[in-house]
Write a protein of this length. Structure first.
Length: 403
């Protein structure tokens, strides 16, 4: 059976070059980078090198990079650290209804502690209105936290415009760039971003390592207190192997981004076109143009997304019904709900997120195996019968229930 992985927005495999970069620090170069003896020298050099590699991806200075454990820690550090440092200036935060749970749940927590949060709407394409950003600002606004690109739909937000607005009003601008990093180029200085967060396992480094860009001069209260690591901004003995890995991953991303993004966009569109031609009642979720080159979110009406995933899994295809961080929830995607998509339609959504090992043959295989699955499931759907006039195959459903 084929094994085709189309869930790269959830996590990626470790790139062979990344694995090679991290292995020495799991074996002979085991020392603590804070040690002044021979065992700590190579680990310290590795961290310095990785900081340069990550800074090159962000287009920033090496001193502005903080290594963390993941994107969620980075988002918590950015949001909690900023409001704690600036609480004497105000108590209002602006974000969106379609953020990753690392941002949404942090904001909900802060609301319980006395902060006010404005959650911006999105339109039917999943795009925010820049005028709503402007009109939501109050004299108490101290932070705008809006993601660079949405993890479910791939929609790319107008980060440059938001950055200009925030800078003009002296408001800290934080962006969760976890999904954007390695897929589209960005320059934090040009975009007027104050804090940006990435996660290693989204760009072919291992899980458990992340990095945060913090603009020089922006005040931030640390989440973790202890030693003087990361210029007193994030205490804890460094994960040297992970840091070496994310550094190499960022270097590879810069090197391969242009060609790989173009290749993946072609495959993404091939998949969309092939499925739309073979399956009726399929809807694209997200902006048709302003989205990541690797991400395709589709709703298949009259079927359940979870059932589609299980049937695809039996064919060796791994995909997703939304964010991996919300899997197991019976609630429809908060992103699709915010876009105004009815619950019964959003429940039938799938996210295909492509990566470096995917080929045209993979895409064609999915185009072959998915239509019969959808057709079979719709044949058992009373909703499909009511909407199309085609009788549901109840006897087929009953037969399936026996097995």
């Amino acid at each position: 059976m084929k094994r085709i992985y189309l869930d790269h927005n959830a996590t990626t495999s470790v790139h062979p070059e990344v694995l090679d970069a991290m292995l020495p620090f799991l074996k002979e170069d085991f020392g603590n980078p804070s040690s002044i003896h021979w065992a700590g020298r190579n680990p310290k050099k590795a961290i310095d090198k990785a900081r340069e590699q990550v800074a090159y991806l962000f287009n920033c200075d090496v001193s502005e990079i903080i290594f963390t454990s993941c994107g969620s820690e980075g988002d918590n550090l950015a949001i909690k650290g900023t409001v704690e440092a600036k609480k004497d200036k105000g108590s209002h935060i602006i974000t969106t209804k379609v953020e990753h749970p690392a941002v949404l749940n942090t904001c909900k927590y802060l609301e319980k502690t006395g902060f006010e949060v404005t959650y911006l709407d999105v339109d039917s394409y999943g795009m925010i209105d820049i005028e709503q950003v402007k009109s939501s600002i109050t004299p108490k606004t101290i932070l705008i936290s809006i993601m660079f690109a949405n993890n479910e739909t791939g929609v790319i937000f107008p980060v440059e415009e938001i950055g200009k607005i925030a800078k003009g009003r002296n408001i800290v601008f934080h962006t969760d760039a976890v999904q954007a990093a390695g897929k589209i180029p960005f320059n934090v200085k040009k975009l007027n971003i104050d804090i940006a967060v990435i996660s290693g396992h989204k760009l072919y480094a291992p899980k458990g390592i992340g990095a945060t860009y913090l603009k020089r001069g922006v005040r931030l209260t640390p989440l973790i207190h202890g030693g003087h690591h990361e210029r007193n901004r994030r205490a804890g003995t460094e994960n040297v192997a992970g840091i070496a890995a994310i550094g190499k991953a960022c270097e590879i991303a810069v090197r391969d981004m242009k060609d790989e993004s173009e290749r993946l966009a072609v495959l993404r569109d091939r998949l969309h076109k092939g499925l739309a031609e073979k399956i009726p009642h399929v809807k694209l979720n997200g902006h048709p143009e302003k989205r990541l080159p690797n991400t395709l979110n589709l709703s298949f009406e009259f079927v359940e997304g979870e059932s589609l995933l299980l049937n695809l899994d039996m064919k060796g295809v791994a995909a997703s019904s939304g964010s991996a961080c919300t899997s197991g929830s019976l609630e429809p995607s908060h992103v699709l709900v915010a876009m105004g998509i009815p619950h019964e339609v959003s429940h039938g959504s799938l996210r295909f997120s492509l990566g470096k090992d995917n080929t045209a043959e993979d895409i064609d295989y999915v185009i072959d195996v998915l239509p019969p699955i959808v057709e079979r499931m719709r044949s058992m759907s009373p909703l499909y019968e009511a909407s199309t006039g085609k009788a549901a195959n109840i006897s087929f459903a009953a037969d399936n229930c026996k097995h």
